[in-house]
Design a protein around this ligand. Structure first.
Ligand SMILES: *[C@@H]1O[C@H](CO)[C@@H](O)[C@H](O)[C@H]1NC(C)=O
Length: 451
């Protein structure tokens, strides 16, 4: 029997939905299934009933928090970098037509026990309370160096070579203090740890330029966020896929991923029926991650854990000028850790909760056997907390590229505060599934008229 579909996609998380959207646009026949009765998998946004059901099955949401339908609480806290790769995919696929974005009102960093705005230009650096008088002058020279750098003009290089010299060399050249290096490397270049310091400076330079150019786009922060929560992102790509003939089925139990005698993918058994396809793509939970695994072989390995605390507040975060939304980064060195702690806060401005409620998610990579203590430095910045939901989630990665058996597994969502690594995974899986690089073309609007 011929395969009915080119690709079966399991799980409607963001990575899987972007892939099924792009594959459908490319002309592939896609069947997309999810065991849940809602879109988004691990990257869903939940209403109050769903949130309490997930974390406190025996407790109804307090009526004080308002109406269920006002809530869309993200399970994975991430923001979109205005000039980043995620924005590129949204624009090129024109998925932006299904979404409305608002900027995030502030970007803050923790230094020496308090939080301050992240300066992103030499002018802001000079005003920043993050640095003393002499350090400000040095930081100003550093930012000027970055802003005037032109690859083809050695006069702007000040004797430095971004492809050869390490970031350490560059910090030393400008005499920047360790605390200043912390906010540049972690709150602007958005590194999770300090491994970047000894590597060639080019990547860090590009990341800082991405931060400052994104900042320049909207002014208050380099981040944007979709109204009604991040769960809108996978749903928008699902709509794109559907326009191009993709089939979506929610609430489908996945009994087994079926392979032939050589271990190659044959089809997916769901509710006693087998659907055949050439290839399958799915999130780790369908391939042996944790106890939710359905039938078949384990194809993922745990690569660490993330602890996340969803905190419901009745006030903005202290010290953020009453921002209705913000990101706060606590660089690892500032609290004697190896991984940064992130805080992402959104509110009714983004239609994700009732008026006068604020939802802050504190997260980090787990380093000890007491993960809740590890996020305490972040939780302590929030002021009184109305309610808190803590989870520890393993990060899974595939054990094989999938090209040998046509079974392609995506990665779990990591601890980064943005979507750039999700887009990297999309490119990576695409290349293995299709056999060539993903080239983002503007989509053919004709198809939509016919669809
Ligand atoms: C919230 O989620 C529950 C469970 O999925 C659903 O039954 C309910 O309709 C949702 N509430 C609103 C207002 O959307």
């Amino acid at each position: 029997m011929d395969e009915e579909y080119d690709v079966i996609v399991l799980g409607t998380g963001l990575t899987e939905c972007i892939l099924s959207g792009l594959l459908s646009v490319e002309g592939k026949k896609v069947l997309h299934m999810d065991r849940n009765d809602y879109y988004g998998g691990d990257s869903a946004s939940l209403n109050l009933t769903q949130l309490y059901r997930k974390f406190r099955p025996n407790q109804a949401p307090p009526s004080e928090l308002g109406r269920d339908r006002d809530y869309a609480v993200d399970l994975i806290p991430k923001f979109i970098i205005a000039s980043g790769e995620m924005t590129k995919i949204l624009v090129h696929t024109e998925v932006t037509r299904y979404l409305e974005f608002k900027q995030i009102a502030g970007s803050f960093v923790y230094r020496d026990g308090r939080i301050s705005k992240v300066p992103s230009t030499e002018i802001e650096a000079v005003k920043s309370p993050l640095m003393g008088l002499f350090e400000k002058r040095r930081a100003k020279k550093f930012f000027e160096f970055l802003q005037t750098w032109r690859d083809d003009d050695p006069a702007t290089h000040q004797g430095l070579n971004l492809d050869r010299d390490s970031m350490k060399t560059i910090y030393e050249k400008f005499g920047l203090e360790p605390g200043t290096q912390d906010f540049i490397g972690h709150a602007m270049a958005l590194y999770l740890d300090d491994d970047y310091i000894t590597k060639p400076a080019r990547e860090t330079y590009s990341r800082i330029v991405l931060y400052t150019s994104s900042m320049a786009r909207y002014g208050k922060s380099p981040y944007i966020y979709p109204l009604y929560g991040l769960g809108e992102l996978p749903q928008s790509f699902a709509r794109l896929s559907a326009i191009y003939g993709g089939t979506y089925m929610l609430d489908k139990p996945i009994d087994e991923v079926i392979t032939d005698a050589d271990g190659k993918f044959v089809g997916v058994k769901s509710g006693g029926e087998t659907v055949k396809a050439k290839q399958v793509i799915g999130d780790p939970s369908y391939f042996g991650a944790g106890k939710e695994a359905e039938g078949g072989k384990i194809r993922v390995i745990e690569e660490g854990k993330v602890v996340r605390a969803i905190c419901i507040l009745k006030h903005p975060i202290p010290g953020t000028d009453d921002s209705d939304s913000c990101q706060i980064i606590i660089p690892q060195n500032q609290v004697n850790r190896r991984n940064d702690i992130y805080i992402a806060m959104v509110s009714s401005t983004h239609n994700v909760c009732a008026k006068d409620v604020y939802v802050a998610i504190v997260s980090t990579i787990v380093e000890t056997d007491k993960p809740e203590l590890e996020i305490a430095p972040g939780v302590n910045l929030l002021g009184p907390i109305y309610d808190k939901f803590v989870s520890v989630t393993p990060i899974y990665v595939p054990t094989a590229p999938g090209t040998a058996d046509n079974i392609f597994v995506t990665k779990s969502y990591d601890a980064t505060s943005h979507f750039e690594t999700v887009v990297e995974d999309v490119h990576d899986v695409w290349k293995r599934v299709v056999g060539s690089d993903l080239v983002l073309k503007k989509r053919d609007t004709e198809a939509e008229v016919q669809g």
